[in-house]
Design a protein around this ligand. Structure first.
Ligand SMILES: NC(=O)c1ccc[n+]([C@@H]2O[C@H](COP(=O)([O-])OP(=O)(O)OC[C@H]3O[C@@H](n4cnc5c(N)ncnc54)[C@H](OP(=O)(O)O)[C@@H]3O)[C@@H](O)[C@H]2O)c1
Length: 284
């Protein structure tokens, strides 16, 4: 299976590049600010399937950079999906828990009503609509709280702060599933193989690791596993204001992906141990 990936430096993109048969395009090869150019690349590829692992992911910056967020997260995936559909090539796209408003405590199902709280979530939702509207063979994988040994993410931030400080106040009223980029990459590759064989598996799927937790408890587990002594105090989101509001309930119901693809929720505590061991060994 030859897989063309948009995104090279991102958390999920880097984990996808561990697999065989991958061609990964960085910003210098394919800039999502130019959707037509991205479509042109797909029109000329010899790949069997396309995965879009690139996105405008700066949640707070998106609040004031609306046009760019929508071009990268909505216009580009739509143009890519159209180009892929013209060649009967499946298109895999990644989306987010931020398409939901975070009310309640029930895990969100794929067909629950969406109501993003900010520009990032709205732009990602528009991207989903665009990909679906094309009507080609596709899968949209909504995930949450992505972490890895690369880039900017909560694990790396906590490892830095945990060595600098004795105590931290961390938000405890947002609940979700931390999800390791490596597990997302494995899920995408599994879905890619199935989607090529069976286009009827097209659709939207939720995938997040288990157990659901708060950022505060996630931080505690990071410090425990890393052997750092840093006290964590629970605080409400209201005590840590950010330009973009975050959903409080980010729990994703992952029943559908288990039923259709036989992909089960991994335990993020095991993925966290792998991230820490990669960082320690310098193999990230
Ligand atoms: N991070 C999370 O917590 C989270 C949660 C839920 C869903 N997701 C979704 O999961 C997917 C992967 O996220 P991630 O955490 O792996 O992302 P990431 O680490 O923030 O990486 C984003 C990638 O997109 C690329 N990119 C951004 N703008 C681009 C442009 N104009 N042209 C070409 N490439 C561009 C970046 O390239 P540069 O290095 O050149 O900027 C980078 O490779 C995204 O669809 C995201 O929305 C993420």
């Amino acid at each position: 299976m030859r897989v063309l990936i948009f995104g090279k430096t991102g958390q999920v993109a880097q984990e996808l590049q561990r697999f065989e048969g991958i061609t990964a395009l960085g910003r210098e090869d394919a800039d999502l600010n130019d959707p037509a150019a991205c479509a042109e690349i797909i029109a000329n590829t010899d790949a069997d399937i396309v995965i879009n692992a690139a996105a405008y992911t700066a949640v707070d910056a998106a609040e004031t950079d609306t046009d760019k967020a929508f071009v990268v997260n909505a216009d580009a995936p739509k143009a890519m999906a159209e180009a892929a559909a013209k060649r009967a090539m499946p298109f895999l796209h990644i989306s987010t828990d931020y398409v939901f408003d975070g009310t309640g405590t029930t895990p969100w199902r794929e067909d629950d009503p969406t109501a993003p709280l900010g520009i990032y979530g709205s732009s990602k939702l528009a991207g989903e609509h665009g990909v679906r509207a094309v009507g080609g063979s596709h899968a949209i994988l909504r995930t949450s709280w992505v972490v890895s040994a690369h880039g900017t993410n909560f694990v790396r931030t906590m490892l830095r702060l945990g060595t600098e400080r004795d105590a931290l106040n961390i938000v405890a009223d947002q609940i979700g599933g931390p999800t390791c980029a490596r597990d997302i990459a494995a899920a995408l590759m599994h879905m890619a193989r199935k989607l090529i064989d069976d286009p009827s598996t097209s659709g939207t799927y939720h995938f997040a690791s288990t157990p659901d937790t708060s950022w505060a408890d996630f931080a505690r587990e990071i410090f425990t596993q890393a052997g750092l002594s840093c006290d964590v105090t629970d605080i409400p989101s209201s005590a840590y204001p950010t330009p973009a509001a975050r959903p409080k309930n980010s729990r994703l119901d992952c029943t559908k992906i288990a039923t259709v693809f036989n992909i089960n929720r991994p335990d993020w505590r095991i993925g966290l141990a792998d991230i820490l061991s990669d960082l320690k060994a310098g193999t990230a």
